[in-house]
Design a protein around this ligand. Structure first.
Ligand code: NAD
Length: 498
């Protein structure tokens, strides 16, 4: 193998290389807490070498025919689909339990979208602005770009980043999450197999120092970040101050507003799936329910459905939710639940003491539901990022909208209703970037963009879709005049040409 899963390599200039660092981070299987590998904190010299490779390869890569780059990514999307099995093993590390082949199909969709670059990167033209003068624009790559990824979607989120950037002609420095670096290494190998020239994608590993290195390196022109607010705001501010473009997708508190006219069975199933799937470790998890009017009577049924979910290691058949990423994450989730109880919420379902046979040391928390939650409670104000659903009640749709809009986050929300006018009102008035109508996790397909807003996003150009192309390119405007010979100027033109 060109990389080893036990000691993660760096990927520099087309080579999977051992780091010379003495500083390593353990990688744990969250279902057992066994150490399953180690990831290096790359040295300064290694990080420099990775950026140098990006810089060195940029001229040739950006000048390669766009059709050639497109061909590489056409091969790449197929290779990703063909290699589902190997990646499946890698993803088990985060305890995912959904139908993984389906999930990987989704991953490839962003790469498929990148293959539309020949349409997406078109510039604009306006002929005959004045006599013999035409103006047109090119969209050109920026240069070296970088991506910093979170743990919770080890393959999908890196694929939001480097394929879009590279197909536009940028070269790329990727820093995966130090907790799940393996998936990115596989993706790098497949990209190499698809024909990406050595040095166009480079991978470094590490934590804060690697992140600060990226924010400060003068050759890096743009940074894509996905992760927590703490890291994302730091990266946005530091990177921007250094003159870089930055897009930061961050934390969330997504509300599902349940109207009493909704299809009850369907709504409760959707809510439970979206609250507890992936153990709530999704930035689009529907972690907050707002039951409007008589919908509050559905709470016992909601609890009953949640109770039935099976907690197990992500690679075990029939597991509905897997473990949390670390003991610290479990600790944090449990203490937020405890804070809710102390502040007056009712603990309707408590998954904190769940035991999973054969995986007694895992970071498991079972489905947990807090009812009677109020907006001033800590469990409401903070992102929990675990299998905990907090439930609020509202008398009317307007009250529900007020709750949603007073929450600082704006990543996603959903309304469940059978009334079109209610749905329309909600989609227009909810100040949230991604709204689902009877769709609990409204993540847009890649021909659209991922449009979280307010505290869930910093920057002004979103991930993937047309916006992704805009983020990774800059406009150049060319104004040209080709005069007929008899139109030659007879004296200097001292005024601005108009
Ligand atoms: P995280 O912020 O801890 O880590 C993300 C990356 O930032 C990692 O590569 C890590 O090395 C680095 N990092 C962490 N702390 C840092 C710090 N203080 N300074 C500099 N760098 C730092 O996030 P995570 O725990 O891996 O992921 C979970 C978070 O990501 C949740 O808040 C979730 O909502 C968010 N998320 C958001 C989206 C979205 O699209 N909005 C998608 C997925 C996850």
């Amino acid at each position: 193998a060109r990389f080893s899963s036990s000691r993660t390599k760096l990927f520099i200039n087309g080579q999977f290389v051992d780091s010379q660092t003495s500083d390593w981070i353990d990688i744990h299987n969250p279902a057992t807490n066994e150490v399953i590998g180690r990831v290096p904190k790359a040295t300064q010299a290694e990080m420099e070498a990775a950026v140098s490779a990006c810089q060195r390869t940029f001229p040739a890569w950006s000048e390669l025919s766009i059709l050639n780059r497109q061909q590489i990514f056409l091969r790449y999307q197929q290779l990703i689909k063909d290699n589902l099995k190997e990646k499946r093993q890698n993803t088990i590390i985060v305890g995912r339990s959904a139908d993984l082949s389906l999930v990987f199909q989704c991953f490839a969709e962003v790469v498929e979208h990148a293959c539309s670059v020949t349409s997406l990167m078109l510039g604009e033209t306006l002929p005959s602005l004045t006599k013999d003068m035409d103006t047109y624009t090119f969209r050109l790559p920026l240069g070296v770009c970088a991506g910093i990824a979170p743990f919770n979607f080890p393959a999908m989120i890196p694929l939001w980043m480097f394929p879009m950037a590279m197909v536009c002609g940028n070269t790329y420095l990727m820093k995966p999450s130090e907790r799940v670096p393996g998936a990115t290494m596989l993706l790098a190998r497949l990209l190499q197999d698809a024909g990406a020239p050595d040095g166009t994608l480079n991978i470094i590993h590490g934590q804060h120092e690697a992140v600060t290195f990226i924010c400060d390196h003068p050759a890096i022109r743009a940074i894509s970040f996905v992760g927590s607010n703490q890291a994302g705001e730091y990266i946005y501010e530091r990177g921007s101050r250094n003159g870089k473009r930055v897009q930061s997708n961050m934390g969330a508190k997504n509300h599902g507003v349940v109207m009493p006219d909704a299809n009850k069975e369907n709504t409760l199933n959707q809510l439970v799936g979206a609250a507890f799937g992936a153990a709530g470790q999704r930035c689009m998890a529907l972690s907050t329910a707002v039951l409007v009017g008589e919908a509050k009577d559905w709470l016992p049924e909601l609890v009953a459905k949640a109770k039935k979910l099976r907690v197990n290691a992500g690679d075990q058949p029939g597991a509905d939710l897997g473990p949390l990423i670390s003991p610290a994450a479990k600790q944090r989730v449990c203490s937020l639940v405890e804070s809710g109880v102390k502040e007056g919420a009712s603990l309707l379902l408590d998954g904190r003491d769940v035991k999973v046979k054969g995986f007694e040391n895992g970071n498991f928390v079972g489905p947990t539901i807090l009812g009677n939650v109020k907006a001033n409670m800590t469990c409401y104000k903070e992102e929990i990022f675990g299998p905990v659903l907090v439930v609020l009640e509202a008398d009317t749709l307007d009250d529900a909208i007020e709750i949603v809009n007073e929450n600082p986050y704006g990543n996603g929300t959903a309304i469940f209703t059978t009334n079109g006018a209610t749905a329309r009102k909600y989609t227009h008035l909810a100040d949230v970037g991604q709204v689902g109508v009877n769709v609990p996790i409204p993540v847009p397909l890649p021909m659209f963009s991922f449009t979280g807003s307010r505290a869930s996003f910093r920057g002004d150009t979103n991930f993937y879709g047309k916006q992704g192309i805009h983020f990774y390119t800059q406009l150049k405007t060319v104004t040209s005049q080709w005069k007929e010979e008899d139109a030659t100027l007879t004296s200097p033109a001292v005024v601005m040409p108009t």
